[in-house]
Design a binder for this molecule. Structure first.
Ligand code: NAD
Length: 261
């Protein structure tokens, strides 16, 4: 129960990596605010299930991470409910695959807003409290695409490189306040985000589904395996531990060796 008495916001946690991180924090005793979109009944079952299983407070916010005012309101709501925010995980993200010359402008704006600017808004709202209490953990879910590019993912790659820069800057600003900021960079994890990009990649690269899975996704990772949501959640828990006190400003791959090549 390493996080007993702590409270966390995990954005984009109604599925995939974010949900695994929220559950892992609750398992360690933290109160959690989950966030994201999806079926209302399924989200409520998940929220109530976390409370019942781990005996913590679990709240849900439907705040849209493309809107700065909604993000600020989410942070205020969580601070009122929990008393403080100790851990912020900026994890909400979307993907779109298309050649840059055909990339819809509104998709570009949406990806930059949700995958990058949302973290700025959430950090801006939570950091003052963390600094005042001299403890805080900020974790940004970046991607292997924060370190290397792939064709047809211009907005995603740009946003993930941007979040790496934000992470390092915030780490420097918060370093003497007991607050760390790190970016987690997963390789491919089998989640709805990856499933959605398969048909888009088939079209952009003129490949079959099997070719996309084997020759694009798994090919990128020397281990030839998808990373699991539990592995990413384990790293997010470790970064909140005392043993990780001196890890800050780090851009940490968890990508089956992808970015080592
Ligand atoms: P996912 O689709 O399972 O989860 C995305 C979450 O973000 C969902 O909860 C969704 O409701 C939420 N979301 C989307 N738009 C939102 C908005 N406007 N406001 C609030 N919430 C919103 O995908 P995932 O793979 O778990 O992705 C989580 C993060 O991990 C993303 O930042 C993604 O870029 C990153 N990532 C994923 C992979 C992968 O292979 N799956 C690899 C590297 C990084």
């Amino acid at each position: 129960m390493m996080l007993q008495g702590k409270s966390a916001i995990v954005t984009g946690s109604t599925s995939g990596i974010g949900l695994a991180i929220a559950r892992a924090y609750a398992k360690e005793g933290a109160n959690v605010m989950i966030n994201g979109f999806g079926d209302a009944d399924a989200i409520e079952r998940e929220r109530a299930g976390i409370e019942a299983e781990f005996k913590v407070k679990a709240l849900y916010s439907g705040a849209d991470m493309s809107r700065g005012s909604a993000i600020e309101a989410m942070v205020v709501e969580a601070e009122h409910a929990f008393g403080a925010i100790d851990i912020l995980v900026n994890n909400a993200g979307i993907q779109f695959v298309s050649p840059v010359e055909d990339f819809p402008v509104e998709k570009w704006d949406q990806i930059i807003a949700i995958n990058m600017s949302a973290a700025f808004h959430a950090i801006r709202a939570t950091l003052p409290g963390m600094k005042a209490r001299k403890w805080g953990r900020i974790i940004n879910t970046a991607s292997a695409h924060a370190l290397v590019a792939s064709p047809f993912k211009s907005a995603y790659v740009t946003a993930k490189h941007g979040i790496a820069g934000l992470t390092k800057t915030v780490a420097l600003e918060a370093a003497t306040f007991g607050v760390t900021a790190n970016a987690i960079c997963p390789g491919y994890v089998w989640t709805p985000l990856v499933e959605k990009q398969i048909p888009e990649t088939m079209q952009a690269r003129n490949l079959t589904r099997e070719q996309v899975i084997n020759d694009v996704l798994l090919h990128a990772q020397p281990t030839k395996q998808f990373v699991t949501v539990e592995e990413v959640a384990g790293l997010a828990v470790f970064l909140c531990s005392d043993a990780a006190r001196s890890i800050t400003g780090a851009i940490i791959p968890i990508d089956g060796g992808w970015t080592a090549e």
